[in-house]
Design a binder for this molecule. Structure first.
Ligand code: ADP
Length: 216
């Protein structure tokens, strides 16, 4: 196994795994940036496979379970997660768009799942950017309250909810960056676990653009 890691503080770095077929837990593609000692990382994988303290889910307002990453999280995590969501739904009626609720993680390699409800994309003029950023911010706030150090995110709203990747990626990265650069912050490591190449490339492009544009 040969690992090449080019790392430079404050800039994006790329990890290349040259013989990853033998070590499938090591991703082929991983890019990360060091923000004053906090890590923002992009990788292409299935979010249910990565061990972290909290996994974020792209849920729906009824917290009812669905396809995409939501289905994958419930399948891998088992029924305990839905049982908790059922109780939250009974109590609160669901979760509003732009917000998130926390459950334990069942069989997943995490302590918590934060179920965020992203906006359905209409035309970008109906509060979608604010609501999308709010999903990430709310999850990071839930993380702070629970002393979560390592958290993973999927690309919220860019699947069935139709948010254009090129618009969603910078919003997601900026929300995380704003959080990680706060003076007091428990979260130390944020990983975007991106399911397909198209999504990973969009986030990589956005991260390079943000770094070049002023994340110095
Ligand atoms: P939304 O309804 O918020 O758009 P989706 O689940 O349809 O949510 O899609 C959000 C993103 O999650 C998409 O990029 C999709 O490819 C991705 N995704 C689907 N399954 C997984 C998984 N197991 N791990 C990480 N990301 C996933």
């Amino acid at each position: 196994m040969l690992l090449l890691l080019a790392k430079k503080k404050g800039t994006a770095s790329t990890i290349f795994s040259l013989s990853a077929p033998f070590f499938d837990v090591i991703p082929y593609h991983c890019m990360q940036i060091d923000l004053n000692g906090k890590i923002l990382r992009l990788m292409q994988d299935d979010i249910t496979r990565l061990a972290v303290d909290a996994i974020c889910n792209a849920a729906n307002a009824m917290l009812a379970g669905g396809g995409g990453v939501d289905g994958a999280i419930h399948n891998a995590g088992g029924p305990a997660i839905m049982a908790e969501l059922n109780a939250i739904r009974t109590r609160d009626g669901g979760c509003s768009t732009g917000s998130a609720v926390a459950t334990t993680a069942g069989l997943l390699p995490a302590r918590f799942v934060f179920h965020a409800v992203g906006p359905v994309y209409n035309d970008g003029q109906h509060g979608e950017p604010r609501l999308l950023a709010s999903c990430y911010r709310t999850c990071l706030q839930l993380a702070e309250e629970r002393m979560v150090k390592r958290i993973s995110f999927p690309s919220i709203s860019t699947g069935v909810y139709g948010y254009p990747l090129a618009d969603a990626a910078p919003i997601a990265l900026q929300a995380v960056r704003d959080h990680l650069t706060q003076e007091r912050c428990v979260v130390e490591e944020v990983t975007f676990v991106l399911f397909d190449e198209r999504t990973r490339l969009a986030y990589e492009r956005a991260l390079r653009g943000e770094v070049a544009g002023g994340w110095k």
